[in-house]
Design a protein around this ligand. Structure first.
Ligand code: FES
Length: 331
């Protein structure tokens, strides 16, 4: 989420000019866990964490993090005074909202056992030994690439005078789309059918542009998928048509990095029909239980689960990253 504060818009009538745009971003913490160790030093005679070996405690925790592959996933930082000076040394653990007080170096084994050690096996599972997830099966629309059919409906409205919502229903909820997506009709036949449905003539090239210019990429998701594809096999399973897919391949190179595509118009079956998932398993050559299937539609996730896939219902790259972390995969 991004907030923009446009000072000159707020204060445009006044003589002073503000031409700076301040941008603030709010995002999920990049760390699984953060430990803040108070290292504050107070003037002589006053109780403080520095005098209770705060720095030594911080450094030992840092060393454990570095030595056990948790760097970048867990952050240990020294903090200023948190106003519990008599109870020092103090350690605050987030996002657990947990405070340790009266900590001495002798307590570190217990703190490490509780706070850090459980994260180490998860990391090891992601980098060596048997992996809980051995391959990924991604949905396309609104998972790998975002889209909005209403963008096309609104543009077609200009040619037809049919309101966008009614136009959406006429086109996208007609059997034409299913026939096209299951490969029973060609792109040309689909084009003719849409014109007939809307009662207008549209030049073919214009129709193709309108039909295809509904997609955009979310860089945060793409970069995570690219990382996954360097470490795991990844496949695409999509309800789509040749017109869209040829266009997407041209504009979104991440699709070329996948190990294989299972496309409804080639298989002749849309998700959630079992045939398309069966084709996926034949291509992946792994049992469904070793494959993580990611889709944004609840009914499709349910179909995948019934077939034995591990599943993730996609709502955004942040939640996807968090789910991967619980599986020992740190993207
Ligand atoms: S010096 Fe650590 S809490 Fe005040």
């Amino acid at each position: 989420m991004k907030f923009l504060y446009l000072h000159n818009a707020i204060d445009s009538n006044r003589l002073c000019s503000y031409d700076t745009i301040t941008a603030m971003e709010i995002q999920d913490s990049p760390y699984l866990k953060q430990l803040f160790v108070c290292v504050n030093k107070k003037e002589q005679g006053k109780s403080c964490c520095a005098d209770k070996q705060g720095e030594l405690i911080r450094d030992r925790l840092k060393a454990y993090v570095n030595d056990h592959g948790l760097k970048g996933k867990v952050r240990v930082s020294g903090s200023g005074c948190v106003d519990f000076c008599e109870q020092g040394a103090n350690i605050m653990v987030y996002p657990d909202y947990k405070w340790y007080s009266h900590v001495t170096p002798a307590d570190l084994d217990k703190i490490i056992e509780t706070e850090l050690k459980p994260l180490v096996p998860a990391l090891d599972a992601g980098s060596s030994g048997p992996k809980p997830v051995q391959a990924f099966l991604f949905d396309l629309g609104n998972v790998l690439i975002r889209f909005d059919h209403m963008l096309a409906a609104k543009r077609l409205t200009n040619r037809t005078a049919i309101p966008p919502l009614a136009l959406y229903q006429l086109v996208y909820e007609s059997p034409l789309v299913t026939d096209h997506d299951e490969g029973r009709i060609s792109t040309r036949q689909f084009y003719e059918g849409v014109q007939q449905q809307l009662g207008v003539k549209i030049p073919y090239e214009e129709f193709v542009d309108v039909w295809n210019e509904i997609f955009w990429e979310e860089k945060e998701m793409t970069s995570r998928v690219e990382w996954l594809l360097q470490n795991y096999p990844g496949y695409l399973i999509s309800n789509t048509n040749r017109l869209h897919f040829d266009y997407l391949r041209r504009w979104y190179p991440v699709l070329e990095k996948l190990n294989g595509w299972i496309l409804s118009y080639e298989v002749g079956a849309l998700k959630p029909k079992p045939e398309i998932y069966q084709r996926a398993l034949e291509m992946i050559k792994l049992p469904a239980s070793k494959v993580l299937y990611i889709d944004d539609r609840a009914d499709l996730i349910e179909a995948g689960r019934r077939l034995g896939f591990q599943t993730h219902r996609f709502t955004g790259w942040q939640a996807f990253s968090r789910d991967l972390q619980t599986r020992g995969i740190f993207v």
